[in-house]
Write a protein that binds this ligand. Structure first.
Ligand code: ADP
Ligand code: ADP
Length: 227
């Protein structure tokens, strides 16, 4: 589904990502872990062209993403920013309808889709649709962020530390709910986290980054059994 091929990204003298190759199968969930500054976010953002690589390429569904228009990628690849990243002055409804509007969907289709997503994520549309981010709890904001990412029915979901700002109980519930959502929608997920427990819980495989390089990859059992 996703092939990252010998990918490098430099910022001046900094090699943010250095010669990384990775494959993610359809329906698989990959957790990218590593310390702060190891290149996790940069690698993730090359998948939907938020970052353009210095060398190498990313292939999604057989297509080199550098040849696909960004608005088409946005439809195929949902992206949840760090801490949900909602537009603060827009309601949950408006946040979730961002990509459908860019894609010029008709209003009734947008309404139906937003209601469907809010319901899917356990938020009553009539109650939560009109609320602005500051009227939502951290966990609710995170759900709206996921709904926004899924609005245009992508098959791939990218998440950058999605649960980082949540307290432990809410975080645990969010993790369980994400796993269920993934099964239900058959999503392929690439997730960045610095939390090893979260990686083991949510990743079918884990990729460990260190100073821009891919140090190792494997199932949670393989990663944690190594010294
Ligand atoms: P992580 O997500 O693992 O914390 P990042 O991918 O954000 O790491 O960053 C990797 C390295 O690249 C860091 O040294 C960071 O300072 C640098 N970097 C990331 N984005 C930029 C940017 N837009 N401009 C310059 N340097 C950057
Ligand atoms: P980070 O939390 O990793 O620092 P930023 O907040 O800098 O990320 O956001 C990265 C970029 O993503 C911004 O330029 C923003 O405009 C863009 N962006 C916002 N929403 C979406 C979306 N749904 N799809 C793609 N790009 C988006």
């Amino acid at each position: 589904m996703i092939a990252i091929e010998r990918l490098s990204k430099r910022y001046g003298e900094t090699a943010a990502v250095a010669d990384v190759s990775l494959e993610i199968a359809e329906g698989e969930s990959l957790a990218i872990v590593g310390s702060s500054g190891s290149g996790k976010s940069t690698l993730l953002k090359t998948i939907n062209r938020l970052v353009e690589p210095s060398a190498g390429r990313v292939v999604v569904d057989g297509e080199d993403v550098s040849t696909v228009a960004p608005h088409l990628l946005r439809r195929r690849i949902g992206y949840v920013m760090q801490g949900a990243g909602l537009f603060p002055h827009r309601t949950a409804f408006e946040n979730i309808s961002t990509t459908p509007r860019l894609l010029r969907w008709e209003e009734p289709r947008i309404r139906a889709r937003v209601d469907e997503l809010l319901t899917l994520l356990g938020l009553d549309p009539a109650t939560y649709g009109p609320r602005k981010p500051h009227e939502l709890s951290g966990g609710e904001q995170q759900r709206v962020g996921v709904a926004r990412a899924l609005a245009a029915e992508p098959r791939v979901l990218l998440m950058d530390e999605p649960f980082g700002a949540l307290d432990p109980a809410v975080r645990a519930k969010a993790q369980v709910d994400l796993a269920a959502l993934r099964k239900r929608l058959g999503l392929t997920i690439v997730l960045v986290t610095h939390d090893m427990d979260e990686a083991a819980r949510l990743g079918d495989r884990i990729a460990v980054m260190h100073r821009g390089r891919l140090l190792q990859q494997g199932t949670p059992a393989e990663i944690f059994s190594r010294p």
